[in-house]
Design a protein around this ligand. Sequence first.
Ligand code: ADP
Ligand code: MG
Length: 233
Amino acid sequence: MTNALLRAEHLTKRFGGLAAVNDVSIDLVFGQIHAVIGPNGAGKSTLTNLLSGDLALTSGRMVLGDQDITGWPMERISRQGIGRSFQKTNVFLPLSVFENVRLAAHFDLAQTQQAIRLAKLEHQAQTVASNMSHGEQRQLEIAMCLATQPQVLILDEPLAGMGTVEAKRMIELLHTLKANHAILLIEHDMDAVFALADVLTVMVNGQVIASGTPENVRADATVQAAYLGDAHE
Ligand code: ADP
Ligand code: MG
């Protein structure tokens, strides 16, 4: 048995005839980052939507702590302690950092301030989101994700579209957050994945083709052939 905080077992999501997520089991452990990589269309974003409750499972089981949360609606899953960020930036551009996070925190001031602090955005609390760089907006999304004080963070490509400096800052932030959360990280940036991941899972065509320590997965011949070889070209 593992001491996983979130256990997802045999998750499947069908869209008509397509099994976008096909019998995927994944554990998230407090204090660890579990990275999921795979080519476009592998089912990574669909997996995040199943874990957050944004999409209903076709089949499978999810257990958070000792609570079976299978089939729970998104709002209830969020209240139970799973926070998520989206692949596409999802902030309210006309609003300030403070206002964005306050909305996400359901107007709880203490939670708003703590989330802004954890995301290292105190100095920009009054900055309007539209005046922030892409990387800063992604940082704001992390703050919004932290606003409900989740134990589990589900992050869909938080480094997407970032320059080197912004990516480095985000990697440092994720490294800090890992101490107090169980994190699922979907990411294409292999340097970030290998810098951050404690566990690495590779998905192709909705299925897990390898999972284990980053070193073992990197050395796996199936993974080399299916994915990593191409990603490093
Ligand atoms: P990834 O994030 O790994 O690129 P996705 O989870 O976005 O992959 O997509 C996996 C597969 O599921 C793709 O073939 C995609 O077209 C399909 N898909 C995703 N969302 C939907 C949807 N809402 N309806 C139908 N097909 C979908
Ligand atoms: Mg995706």
